[in-house]
Design a binder for this molecule. Structure first.
Ligand code: IMP
Ligand code: MG
Length: 180
């Protein structure tokens, strides 16, 4: 989807080019870190799919992929709440080096819940990679191992991130107008 007439778009935060460059850099870090490992990327549906596939294609090491889906009552404007797994991984992660791939870490509730859950399944190691980090809104402490961009406290869309399920397919990351 190209830059269309989008009245709800305030401004572009990161262009397709900037994102591609940064994804390559982070993929290089991951390839380096896991060169002797047994890497499996775990993506969180649906938001992280776009970022995860872009990242996986830039890796220079073998990688497995799996996905899970969550239902979360945490959102940007409301209070963070319960997270639960709505669709689990297809396969065991025992003995594997797990990289949880997120579109955005905001309060940290979702990522921390998933990290704790996955850690209980006997992986060899577990780490977090997020496309966007809005650390100013963090409520639960969380170590981020790999991140593409730190962002300001504004609601963003594109590259997997939605507003009412729309705009995930934008190839840039944009800020939604404040009244949205
Ligand atoms: P957390 O549990 O507060 O860290 O929430 C993270 C989840 O909230 C993300 O995986 C997104 O699904 C959603 N989210 C948080 N901020 C935004 C945003 O600016 N745009 C779209 N989705 C968001
Ligand atoms: Mg998400």
């Amino acid at each position: 989807m190209k830059t269309p007439a989008m009245p709800m778009l305030d401004r572009i935060l990161f262009t397709e080019e900037e994102i591609r460059k940064r994804v390559k850099e982070v993929a290089a870090e991951i390839s380096e870190r896991y060169q002797d490992g047994n890497l499996k990327m775990v993506g969180v549906l649906k938001g992280s799919v776009f970022f995860m596939t872009a990242l996986a294609r830039e890796l220079t090491i073998p990688v497995k992929v799996d996905f899970l889906a969550i239902s979360s009552f945490s959102n940007h404007s409301g209070s963070p709440g319960v997270v639960r797994i709505a669709k689990d991984l297809d396969e065991s992660i025992e003995g594997e080096d797990i990289l949880l791939v997120e579109d955005i870490v905001d309060t940290g509730f979702t990522a921390r819940y998933l990290m704790q859950t996955l850690a209980g399944r006997g992986p060899n190691s577990i780490a977090v990679c997020t496309m966007l980090d809005r650390s100013s809104r963090r409520i639960v402490p969380l170590r981020i191992d790999f991140r593409c961009f730190e962002i300001p406290d504004r609601f963003v869309i594109g590259c997997g991130l939605d507003y009412k399920q729309l705009y995930r397919n934008l190839n840039f990351i944009g800020v939604l107008k404040p009244d949205k």
